[in-house]
Write a protein that binds this ligand. Sequence first.
Ligand code: NAD
Length: 503
Amino acid sequence: MALQDTREDGQEPIGLAAKHLQSLRRRDFLDGAALIDGSWVSGEQRDVVVDPATGQAIADVAHCEAADVNRAIAAAERAFFAWRKMLPAKRGSILRSWASLILDHAEELAILVTSEQGKPLVEARGEIAYGAGFLDWFAAEGERAYGETIPGHKPDSLLQVRMQPIGVAAAITPWNFPIAMITRKAGAALAAGCPIIVKPAPETPLSALAVARLAEEAGVPRGVLQVVVGNPVELSAALLRDQKVRALSFTGSTQVGRLLLGGAAETIKKTSLELGGHAPLLVFDDVDLDKAVNGAMAAKFATSGQDCLAANRIYVQRGLYGAFVEEFAKKIARLKVGHGLEPSTDIGPMTIISVANKCREQIDDALTRGAQLISSRCERLGPNFVTPALLSDVTDDMLIAQEETFGPVAAVLPFDTEEEVVARSNANEMGLAGYVYTNNLRRALRLSEQLECGMLGINTASFTGPPIPFGGWKQSGLGREGSRHGLAEYMELKYVCFGDLAA
Ligand code: NAD
């Protein structure tokens, strides 16, 4: 397995990522300039971007400061008036052009995503298509911000509820979906008539800056979409303290979400939070074994496990438990670990080393408390790599059964009754997603009511997309993204009462 090209001249080897990036036709995708008030700002100070597979530097990007954020907010405020007045159909056509430019550049964007995030190239391509889909979907949804007319509650009156754009929005996005988490927020904000300032994760700024270039080329006007990169604490603080920023949309950990919610309280920003998950996946013994195992593979190992929808607790009913563990282990053993740019890779590096370390800690903790580790190989590819592992006989007191893993370690727990597994599934402060595998229709209907989560897949591990309300219960978040509910996050309701209408 070669993560780097060897060189005969004895110089530093060229990493796979650097080699692929050198081949990009769009050299501007690598210049690392931030987009502020219609200008590409390079700055003197730069931050390094690394390939998580090798730790090698692959690019550097601008290091924005609070003053840059303030300039961006002022520019967004200036851009707001014209953008909100533009007909929704015209805004929609700009969003559609942006989506098609993203698709036209899908291969180059996928190389950027894999180089800085680490996911296998095939998944990066999937993210580009998924991300462009939000722009297309919101392009049309912006024309459907209908509002309501309410039958009057007093004589000669007409009651209207209008939906109006809230104003300047800020988006703080994570590294696991460096493009789709931006388009999911920006698509809704722009369709609603709001300018948006994006602060991407410092690990994955290249993808964010590249899609911003394409937005500009699609005709998104100056100040309507801006991207600032730099220190997350400094930049987020500047966005939070300014009252002209009316809405905040954050995707990331519950821990940081809690901090940002506190900061947003000062100026009462409309806040939507897509936070951590700890999805239960329930397999009942009436179900086809292969379907359930395939579902668990998809729900656990997509994005190398670095997915907020990842199944963190796989509960299998006792009658199917042994067979499930055996089949699941066989499939996991076939997963190929490697650099995301190698075509055969299923599992790439963890984007940040703390995720890899957390996986190892959770495995150690589970083993100390009596779980079994079924993991066929132990490759040493680098500190950010985690060999996909299966922990069986996991119990509810183990760390992995309580805290989000965010990596390719699957925890399987036996259960006996439906009532018991519902109680155990709900005994967690996270409530983002859940999965159920059963052939019993009555049971499926009961569970769809009882499980405490924002999104539930019954006999499927694949349910996200632009038309669905993505979001969680409990400490997994506030508000929704995608769907008409996602558009509403960037709008205010205005109730208007027309009185005295009698002739
Ligand atoms: P994170 O919370 O560390 O970072 C998210 C964003 O917040 C980044 O832009 C980061 O730069 C910024 N940030 C970090 N610390 C900050 C601080 N102190 N002040 C201000 N900003 C700060 O999360 P992550 O590690 O990048 O992503 C992983 C987490 O995100 C997981 O918990 C995962 O479940 C969650 N996630 C949720 C969804 C969802 O839609 N619910 C989607 C993807 C990821």
